[in-house]
Design a protein around this ligand. Structure first.
Ligand code: UDP
Ligand code: MG
Length: 315
């Protein structure tokens, strides 16, 4: 990455947001224009199937000096979309934002204040979260698990309204991470993180792009990407089970040899067997997670493919 040429880069991933983009443009640009800082906005179109790309191209034509658009050939997910923008940012401060207006653009100055105060990473946490009951409580649970298993302290890992100093972004880009969770990765590179409460609004239009499956995947990436705790907990658990079953074998052998009592023996064995098999299966799955990650890194395949970049030349 070369030296920064603007003060502020805003990074926004876009996936099927045609209903939100016009409002986003109408609210975001005035906020940034009023800051009195030089800025750029980088949108990544993450393989949208709707008119998002056309809207982005029109916006680029309207504000070519400050608007850049990266067009993916297909859907690689929110974090890869952000990563592609990170690789191209020209700002000294970088802010990530969702396109659906759940994080109001009007809150950006709050983050910048903290950055100006000397923090290199400022995370937002959502005040009055406006998501479904299920999402809100599932997040609380996941936050708790993350806190216990990794050394990442973060009030609200799901809030994407965040600001970073350029060195953090450079470190993220250099790490070449795959399947990653950007807020956590940034946290691990930060020397002086801070948090601020930001307003949270209901999704302006459309529905969340995250299914339950994707949320589970994302959190698996988070935990396996930042700690070996699952593997270690599993090993401890397996050792306990092994000790327990060994004791059971001794008891069964004693009953059989000295008490000649072998009623229900078959069922007991089945019970133990099923239990042990399930433990083994969980273990194999866990090991698979880590091997999968290793495989992806070793394979070093292109993480995403950019079809086109719309930007003013040399700006
Ligand atoms: N997004 C993306 N690619 C995806 C899914 C989502 O670029 O595969 C973008 C989406 O357009 C939005 C942000 O990521 O700007 C957050 O997505 P969403 O609002 O669906 O997630 P939620 O707020 O429900 O966590
Ligand atoms: Mg959202």
């Amino acid at each position: 990455m070369s030296a920064p040429t603007v003060q502020l880069s805003i990074v926004i991933p876009v996936y099927n947001e045609e209903l939100n983009l016009p409002t986003l443009f109408a609210r975001l640009y005035p906020v940034l224009d009023a800051l009195g800082r030089s800025y750029e906005i980088i949108f990544t179109n993450d393989g949208s199937h709707d008119r998002s790309m056309a809207l982005l191209a029109a916006q680029h034509a309207a504000r070519p000096d400050v608007t850049r658009v990266i067009d993916f050939n297909s859907n690689y997910g929110q974090h890869m979309a952000i990563m592609a923008a990170f690789e191209r940012v020209r700002g000294d401060i970088i802010v990530t934002l969702d396109a659906d207006l759940q994080n109001p653009p009007e809150e950006i100055p709050k983050l910048l204040e903290k950055i100006d105060a000397g923090h290199d990473y400022v995370g937002g946490f959502r005040l009055n979260r406006q998501d479904s009951f299920f999402r809100t409580y599932a997040s609380k649970l996941i936050n708790f698990a993350r806190e216990k298993m990794t050394s990442i302290e973060m009030t609200d890992q799901g809030c994407m309204l965040r600001a970073y100093r350029r060195p953090i972004i450079e470190a993220i880009v250099r790490s070449g991470a795959i399947n990653t969770f950007i807020p956590a990765l940034a946290y691990s590179f930060s020397g002086n993180p801070a948090e601020v409460g930001v307003k949270h609004e209901e999704r302006h239009a459309g529905v969340s792009n995250y299914s339950l499956y994707m949320l589970i995947r994302l959190n698996f990436d988070l935990i396996t990407g930042f700690s070996l705790a699952p593997l270690q907990i599993f090993t401890m658990f397996a050792m306990l089970c092994a000790a327990g079953s060994f004791a059971l074998v001794l008891i069964l052998a004693y009953l059989r040899l000295f008490r000649h009592d072998d009623t229900n023996g078959v069922f007991t064995l089945f019970g133990i067997l099923f239990f042990l098999i399930s433990v083994t299966m969980v273990g194999i799955g866990l090991i698979g997670e880590y091997i999968g990650r290793t495989y992806q890194v070793v394979r070093a395949r292109q993480r995403y493919h950019v079809r086109e970049v719309l930007e003013a030349k040399g700006s």
